[in-house]
Design a protein around this ligand. Sequence first.
Ligand SMILES: Cc1cc2nc3c(=O)[nH]c(=O)nc-3n(C[C@H](O)[C@H](O)[C@H](O)COP(=O)(O)OP(=O)(O)OC[C@H]3O[C@@H](n4cnc5c(N)ncnc54)[C@H](O)[C@@H]3O)c2cc1C
Length: 571
Amino acid sequence: MSTKVIVIGAGWFGLAAAKTYLQVERNVDLTILESGETIGGTWSRERVYPNLLAQQRYGRYEYSDRNIEIEGGNRNAFVPALKIHAYMNEYAEEFGVKERIRFKTAVTRVVRNEDGKRWDVWINDDSELMTCDRLIVATGLTSKPILPRIPSEDFTGRIFHSRDLGTQYDYITSPAVKNVTVYGGGKSAIDAIYSCVTNGKHVNWVVRKGGGGVPPLLTGVANGKVLDDFATSRFGSKLHPSLHTNDWWHWALHSGKNFLGQWLHWKYWGRATSSMQTNVEYTKSENMSKLTPNIVDHGAYWINVGPAVLTQPDIVDWIHCGCQITVHRNTIENLEGDRVHLDDGSSHRADAVIYATGYDVIQPAFSLEEGANLGLPTPVKQCPPEIAAKWDRLEAIGDKEVVERFPRLGKPPPHKKLPVSCTPYRLWRDMVPLPLLSGEKPDRSLVFVGTVKSYSTSIMSEAMALWTVAWMSGRIHPGKSLAEMEHEVAVSNAFARRRYLNLGHKFTYQFYEFLPIVDNLLREIGVKSQRKPDAITDLFEPYVPEDYRGMVEEFKKTHGISNGEEIKKEK
Ligand SMILES: Cc1cc2nc3c(=O)[nH]c(=O)nc-3n(C[C@H](O)[C@H](O)[C@H](O)COP(=O)(O)OP(=O)(O)OC[C@H]3O[C@@H](n4cnc5c(N)ncnc54)[C@H](O)[C@@H]3O)c2cc1C
């Protein structure tokens, strides 16, 4: 009987995992369960809208074996979300994945089958049961919106989360709407605001004083150079500390053992921060001054709030002008009639309120107990005390190690520490639950993909997909004790907290150091990680998805796998 594989989620990571599985193991019986109506997750038809652009330029947000056609010939343009959605559809069709997706199929519960080996996956309010040998969870970090509890029973306008802007787009841009309030300081808020002002609406942008603040607004260009190119080059990644690098660069820039290197490195980040601040001119207008990031000193280095690349740079002018955007640093107290009331006693009119208030990362399909045991995010207050105590101890040891290895991270800038409501993912290689590694033979039946945030979703998703298939098909082995793997996870989480401050408490943030992580994953599965023709280009040229083209075939060759090539449909 063929192995039964279920992938939950048809977003970027789920598609990569399904396609790679089918390429490597041609005979598996694979199904993708997707609660939405169309492919793409973040980029599904329901969620995208005309002005939404990816924060990556052409050639950066695509899978390695199929390019996104460049619109208008400008490869430095940001990729439109609608185009990404269409591309993902074509991609899923081309690789025989689409026909395996069951849309409008929400997984409501996942439990161990009574045989202790397989997983029971309950769908659509437990009305149907599917059992599988291998389960890949790719439900994303932006599936479950957080809605603030604000009294609003008497509000006459519409209220919705930024996740639903796609379905609300016609309404929000209609003549019936004149005033919109956007609540939240992140990139989703900026995207929503841009759509509103370019459609002639007035926007009151409300950002809490006590929260994480507004991300550094990045124009994506410095000294005429595209930042993407630099950030995705190996040289660019050397300017960031990484747990996976222990080379000369680490010694010179991050170890604290080379005074000159450390001094130059810090000078560089000081200049990068000034240039970032000059680009948007925070002091030029009252509106913009209210958006100054919480961390000013070397703010480009400390990523306390997810960075926002200004995909529509003219938003800066809209903000300075103040003609259609009014910025408030307040908390919304309540919504009543057609007015939004703020905590300073003021109020303003609103026909609609958009909550750009982020996402909950808890996996609802796993029970709290099972989730906590597997190392999934769990509300801190509900985490069993023995699990909490164990990880407090391990992460304290990890933290000490991080500070010893990266002394700079031991001196964080002054910043407000936000309350932590949830434990982080605690998965080996950011994918495998540790309790499944405790037996004599590892249990390879469950993997989570897409739990990390990195600069290159595309490259990370394919590396994780191939690693997952290698792992699930028993082609790689941990070669370490459980205690060693737990220690690795604890160090990795401690690192994220030191490096990315508040963000690192919430997510396994691995933003700028994604290349060494991808290198590590590929090395483990026997695939070449340095993919440029020579050492110079390897160091200075940007790494883009296309550089990884052919790695599945390479993997198959290394592991003597000869089936599966025909999965790609003939055109
Ligand atoms: C507005 C916005 C813009 C973004 N822009 C960028 C960008 O420019 N660059 C970048 O790198 N990243 C960006 N991101 C992050 C983006 O989410 C990731 O790049 C990537 O798309 C995540 O893919 P994923 O497969 O992990 O998750 P998702 O795309 O969220 O896919 C998860 C899928 O799982 C499904 N699902 C969830 N729960 C269940 C369930 N119980 N049963 C069945 N199905 C379920 C969801 O419906 C969804 O289709 C953006 C995010 C948002 C919200």
